[in-house]
Design a binder for this molecule. Structure first.
Ligand code: PRP
Length: 216
């Protein structure tokens, strides 16, 4: 939140690429940022008075909550996990996937039992909320940072709580979906103060993005 620019945080990775294409579609040029060789961190679009930056995905809600970014684009998984005070203003409808409890088929029985099972996840908050508040089941949560599917294969845990998109990772590793936690997709999030002070510019931009989605 500075001068008269709106600052937009994008999470590095798959969602950023689709988001940049969407901005290009509404006439906001992101070409410089799309260059895979660039080491630049902040990209200024003088014409639209916008500044873009790429951050680690879990940091996007943090930048937005504190107002270092007015707007962010991030998956609902990250929004739920980070639990920041931000407004979720638009479902972009891409990056669709599901948060699921997965494991070997036999682990299905453990999920029905009252035994304390072990769950590996990159999303301890979402996992805890699901088991403790929705299922009323006590579990032992082990936080990992990636390749979560390894955990039940190597018998570190009974199951995992992770994102399933195409299901290929599960299939290729002999695992399956045992329970569905929630649907996920990319969202536009906004700083709560910016939403009031820059309401017209932000709502105009969000509605242009929304219109561009309808044309797809
Ligand atoms: C995600 C997720 C699964 C995989 C699911 O991992 O954690 O491992 O994608 O996709 P699929 O259903 O299409 O196979 P990501 O690629 O983000 O890497 P990570 O394992 O390092 O988290």
């Amino acid at each position: 939140m500075n001068d008269n620019y709106l600052t937009i945080a994008l999470g590095k990775g798959r969602l950023a690429k689709t988001t940049m294409k969407l901005f290009n579609k509404i006439g906001i040029d992101c070409v410089e940022m799309q260059d895979p060789k660039t080491r630049k961190l902040i990209f200024v679009n003088e014409e639209a008075k916008l500044k873009f930056f790429l951050a680690k995905v879990p940091d996007v809600p943090t930048y937005v909550e504190y107002g270092a970014a007015d707007i962010g684009v991030v998956g609902l998984d990250t929004i739920l996990e980070e639990n920041r005070n931000i407004f979720d203003v638009l479902d972009l409808g891409f990056g669709k996937c599901k948060m699921c409890i997965c494991g070997p088929k036999e682990a299905g029985e453990l999920l029905e039992s009252k035994e304390i099972i072990r769950v590996a996840t990159k999303y301890p908050r979402i996992c805890k909320d699901y088991f403790y508040n929705k299922k009323n089941q006590t579990v032992d949560i082990i936080k990992l940072n990636g390749s979560i599917e390894l955990a039940p294969i190597l018998e570190l845990t009974d199951v995992i709580c992770d994102i399933v998109e195409t299901g290929s990772t599960l299939r290729e590793n002999g695992l399956c979906v045992l329970e569905e936690v929630c649907d996920l997709s990319a969202r536009v999030v906004v700083n709560q103060v910016s939403y009031r002070l820059e309401n017209k510019r932000i709502t105009d931009l969000v509605s242009r993005l929304n219109d561009a989605l309808k044309d797809e």
